[in-house]
Design a protein around this ligand. Sequence first.
Ligand code: TRP
Length: 333
Amino acid sequence: MTDKKKVLLSGMQPTGMLHLGNYEGALKNWVDLQNSGKYEIYFCIVDWHALTTAYENTADIVERIYQITADYIAAGLDPEKVAIFVQSDVKQHAELQLLLSMITPIPWLERVPSYKEKVETLGLDSYGFLGYPLLQTADIIIYRADGVPVGKDQLPHLELTREIVRRFNYIYGDVFPEPEALLSDAPYIPGADRRKMSKSYDNHICMGDPPDKIKKRVMSYYTDETKIHRGDSGHTDTCPVFALLKIYAPDEIDKIKSDCESGNTEWGCVKCKKLLADRIIEKFTPFREKREQLLTDREKLRKILADGAERARIRAEETMKLVRKALKMWSEQ
Ligand code: TRP
């Protein structure tokens, strides 16, 4: 790792097994960024963030950390090239969040869209939950990150991060660069009910699902509701199965489109689904085998995360020294 490389940080909640939306929307991009060799990269599994909502149900978090780590590595993240680690192993994140909280006006946090929405829908009202985006800010800037590979949904959080950086640098002097979002052009990945694929909707397909489970889920997908008989002409632009076939069967897509739209009686929705299931199974079988093998050696996964945390701590502590100095804290005088 040389000084010239730009630093990237991204974070993910320990949600357990990843689904196709996670893969196509984020993970694939991270693997490409890693393989470009242009960056020094930190990937943080944010277990403290999980506690902002799941504070009563903490028993699953450890297992989810193993599952997600196996998924990341099986999908191509290389722990030799990027630091993969657990947030709570790098206590400096918490120290930085505390110090940042001193200069963060409460209304800045209250106006973050996901906060307002979750207060209304989930009735969350804890101090920790209000501080979610501030902890995220600490995750990012503790590595003095230049870029943050995320989806569009994270842009308000990143805007807040930049505002806090400006305020900190203004008050205490330049310590942090203003991090930029690295948006990937992720395709739309619909779930079985045609909403965005999400575990909370239970409409998802996991990359590590066994073939029969994938098949069952794919067969349950909505298609174009106006196409009732095979001879009816279908609308591929609104069909969720077609959206996935574009990704997983690009070689067949022109034929499928014309058969569906012209109402070719030889080719109906069931055939589309069978093809889709076969393609997803084919693509992710090597991945599933690799993740299963990784999960048989928990000690090794633990060691990978411990190594990642060690590397992360070096950079995080370096930053905290600068921060404590800038704040004229006791320890740095
Ligand atoms: N809020 C992010 C999400 O829901 C997770 C996250 C926490 C994160 N800390 C981060 C993302 C730092 C990027 C950078 O997906």
